[in-house]
Design a binder for this molecule. Structure first.
Ligand code: BES
Ligand code: MN
Ligand code: MN
Length: 464
């Protein structure tokens, strides 16, 4: 058994307990009620990184939640790996749908996780995956095998669009300087088939408000004679897709770089069962843009989705009313080379233009992020692939993901570094959903694989 494996074997209970202690802190960045918990989580993360042996760890204030920054420089001539992760989590709602309380972690066995999975908000996204890096670092420190310099940058606002990160990165370019950025905040194909995420979608997120009459009205006395904002809003939203599920916003696809037939053929080789996919979601049929496969629709194609819609009476029983206002939150996932600001503008112009005169429409942009694709002919990718091959016994498959981590494109722009996305979660781990979980196997396998990335990266870097 390798020394790393041996170390993990002897410390795995403690590794799990430490993660569980972090998962008990409800660090929900979106909800101010949890402000104190978010701040306490930053402290806890700082303490754990320190305890793992990192020489200098600090809590850096930002206009929003602080960033935990750690630095362990062993030799200025050696390369530096910057580890990014986030300690904030998504809100746990709807709480009723959780089988166990979201901030009281429990380990349960499942079909896909026969060694057990930790059930808690943030277990996979991203506390569990972030903490793998802290434990991998501890192992390299204690076994005296750390081959290079390390920086940790763990933020607390990822789930709300990283509003302070650009501010922080622009002011700290020197402090953050690195040779490669390493992130575990994505997924892999299965526990038998690792994959490396080579692309992320961008994001444009807007909120819309449709106002009709100046007050709620009796739907009998006024119904039929004035515009009902909910009727209008739903009609406007429905018109945003045509019969082929193409998005109808003029100019929306103008900057989309179409994948080549070769890339699409390569993509189609990744193991995927449409039947298993449908079964896991309890759906009769998949649904999406004509001319593309399921995996293409959720990774290389842009989308538009309503994330929430409200207005009028939603309480018990019936109330006959025409509401004064209706609202929706809409996200658009973007692919290279779509620009989030441009798309937000295109959306806004179009949405206002299709509104009938009988209503007033307001569009408010929320956060955005640029899409990202990375080539696989760099040493970071090769180091990761070699690491996976050693611990999983098979090479990793490059795969573009549908999710977004806006910081990745920003890092490339500001710090000129490539990011390697070594994710260990599974799509079925229910991130952002009730009953989020993270496999014990995945957690420990991540901890085992990361030190090999370091070793391979430094070797490849020296031979460059
Ligand atoms: N870790 C996820 C992103 C992710 C998950 C990428 C799985 C690829 C595979 C991240 O925490 C996240 O949820 N990002 C948000 C974007 C953000 C701006 C709120 C997202 O994708 O919705
Ligand atoms: Mn995440
Ligand atoms: Mn997330």
């Amino acid at each position: 058994m390798s020394a790393v494996k041996n170390y993990i074997d002897q410390n795995k209970n403690r590794f799990l307990e430490e993660l569980i202690s972090l998962l008990k802190l409800p660090s929900v960045s979106a909800d101010k009620t949890y402000q104190n918990d978010v701040l306490m989580t930053a402290e806890a993360v700082k303490n754990y990184i320190e305890k793992a042996g990192c020489k200098k760890v600090e809590i850096c204030e930002t206009p929003g939640y602080p960033i935990v920054f750690g630095e362990h420089i062993i030799d200025a001539n050696l390369p530096t790996i910057l580890v990014y992760g986030h300690y904030d989590v998504q809100p746990a709602d709807p709480i009723d749908l959780w089988d166990s309380p979201p901030f009281e972690p429990v380990i349960k066995k499942t079909e896909l996780h026969p060694d057990g999975a930790i059930y808690a908000r943030g277990s996979c996204d991203d506390k569990g995956q972030m903490y793998m890096h802290v434990k991998a670092f501890e192992i390299m420190m204690n076994l005296n095998t750390l081959p290079c310099n390390v920086k940790f940058m763990i933020e607390g606002e990822e789930e709300i669009g990283s509003p302070s990160l650009e501010w922080f990165v622009k002011r700290n370019e020197e402090k953050l300087s690195n040779d490669v950025i390493l992130i575990s905040d994505t997924g892999m194909i299965s526990n038998q088939q690792p994959s490396i995420t080579t692309g992320l979608r961008g994001l444009s997120y807007v909120e819309v408000e449709v106002t009709g009459p100046n007050r709620d009205l009796h739907s009998g006395l006024y119904g039929g004679a004035v515009a009902n904002p909910i009727n209008i809003l739903t009609k406007m939203i429905a018109s945003l897709h045509d019969e082929n599920n193409h998005i109808t916003i003029p100019g929306f696809y103008d900057k989309v770089i179409d994948a080549t037939q070769e890339e699409r053929t390569e993509m189609a080789k990744a193991p995927f069962s449409l039947d298993a996919y449908k079964k896991a979601l309890d759906i009769e049929e998949v649904y999406g843009e004509t001319g593309y496969t399921t995996n293409e629709r959720n990774s290389i194609r842009p989308t538009l989705d309503v994330n929430g819609i409200w207005g009028g009476y939603t309480g018990e029983g019936a109330k006959t009313v025409i509401a004064s206002k209706a609202y929706a939150k809409i996200s658009m996932r973007l692919v290279p080379d779509q620009d989030p600001d441009e798309i937000t503008k295109l959306f806004s112009d179009h949405f206002l233009s299709i509104a009938p005169k009988a209503v007033k429409v307001k569009v408010t942009p929320h956060h955005g992020g640029h899409p990202y694709v990375t080539p696989i002919d760099n040493i970071g990718y090769q180091a990761a692939n070699k690491a996976y091959t050693e611990t999983f016994g098979v090479p990793a498959i490059p795969q573009r993901s549908g999710g977004s981590i806006p910081i990745v494109a920003l890092f490339e722009k500001e710090l000129k570094s490539k990011t390697i996305l070594m994710g260990f979660g599974l799509d079925s781990d229910a991130i952002h959903s009730p009953n989020e979980h993270f496999g014990v196997f995945n957690y420990l396998k991540g901890i085992e694989t990361i030190p090999l990335f370091y070793k391979n990266y430094v070797e490849l870097h020296q031979n460059q």
